[in-house]
Design a protein around this ligand. Sequence first.
Ligand SMILES: NC(=O)c1ccc[n+]([C@@H]2O[C@H](COP(=O)([O-])OP(=O)(O)OC[C@H]3O[C@@H](n4cnc5c(N)ncnc54)[C@H](OP(=O)(O)O)[C@@H]3O)[C@@H](O)[C@H]2O)c1
Length: 338
Amino acid sequence: MAVIGIFGAGSVGCYLGGCLMAAHTEVVLVGRASRRDELRAHGLTISDYKGRTHALTNVMLATDASALQQVEVVLVTVKSADSAQAAVDLAPHLRDGTWVVSMQNGIDNAATLARGLPRCRVVAGMVPFNVARRAPGVFHQGTEGYLAVGQAPGLQALIEAPFAKAKLPLQWQEDMNSVLWAKLMLNLNNPINALSNRPLKEELSLWAYRRCLAMAQRELLGLLKKADITPARLTPLAPQWIPRLMSLPDFLFSRLAHKLLEIDPLARSSMWEDFEAGRRTEVDWINGEVVRLAERLGEQAPVNKQLVRLVRDAEQGGPREWQGSSLLLSLKAAAGSA
Ligand SMILES: NC(=O)c1ccc[n+]([C@@H]2O[C@H](COP(=O)([O-])OP(=O)(O)OC[C@H]3O[C@@H](n4cnc5c(N)ncnc54)[C@H](OP(=O)(O)O)[C@@H]3O)[C@@H](O)[C@H]2O)c1
């Protein structure tokens, strides 16, 4: 059976790696020394919203990409800002033809990896669910969904069985671009959640924040139409209907979207976690991607551009606790002056 490498042992990397190890697949985890020490001290526990828990002991974590020399498949799970450096770190060590799967949000990570790893076979993937580090060594899948990977028969032969055994069924997608744009549309809530400084459930229960999200999503949908990109359907509701659902007043929304609000009451977006940790966020690869799409089309994306600006400002110590009504006014002003 194929040995699977994970480059970037963070929330997604430790969770996917932990699930595979729990199902007896050989995994080589590569990450930071601080994570190695954490796993040494606490082991690695994976859990999910269905109540599954599995604790692993003696989990090895390498801090150098040279540990991946013999693997046939590497899942890249670093944040988008680190993709280019990940390719630099991996390039001297991976064998020709190694499969490299970007399990990241954003549109361009697979292309960035492919540029830096010309002798590898790079494929885009998508993680639909939320993973949070709940405690040292404990990684929790909080929501449902199937992993998506771009169709590649050689890769499928290597990883379909271990992923199925790990209860991580894969969907092989012909058009990953439409899947990634659909995921990005859902991720447009990340900056709004981070700027609200509230748990996701509370933020999504409030009309003003949902209207902010609907504005950002409508802007993207308009641009995708002009670019002739049809976003894939990742939720029971087709992408075109999601902003309409978000725009409904609270009493209707809570009736129609109760499933969507079945979220861990404490869960927050990873962008909020980045604010808390003083890390650079992925906003340039989420809302920034919408702005770049607009530029390519000779159009504008004032709402998403304003969200990029506000998140950058918050990264530099600016306001981080926006009331829904103030955020909505700010986005409307940006849209009105465009
Ligand atoms: N978490 C989620 O719920 C979720 C869900 C779906 C998709 N995603 C996407 O999945 C990707 C990963 O997200 P995440 O939440 O797992 O991020 P994360 O927790 O920050 O994990 C990334 C890890 O990779 C490490 N890293 C970065 N560059 C490295 C390098 N050159 N060598 C070794 N280690 C390196 C980081 O260390 P440092 O922090 O020290 O740099 C960090 O520990 C992102 O694109 C995200 O948008 C996340």
